[in-house]
Design a protein around this ligand. Sequence first.
Ligand SMILES: [Zn+2]
Length: 89
Amino acid sequence: MIKLQLPPDIIWLIVILILIIYLVYDTYTRKPKKTEKIIRERLVCTKCGYIVEREFEPGDFIGLVKGKCPSCGGDLKIKAIYAIEKEKL
Ligand SMILES: [Zn+2]
């Protein structure tokens, strides 16, 4: 049997080195969370209350009549505009 006798100083040095390598590796491999904001709008039918959710289009504002209800043919009014965060993979 071969006994490897390392002085304690070297052991600590190796331990610290491994830790440094690990930290550097972790920093480089960790992917930063990228979030994308999506603006959506909620359209509600003025007649039957049918709700449609779709992506916001420039120029849209709350109260704007946009399109017809697919259920009853009534006016679809924008009731809410909101942003949601979508995580990018
Ligand atoms: Zn309707």
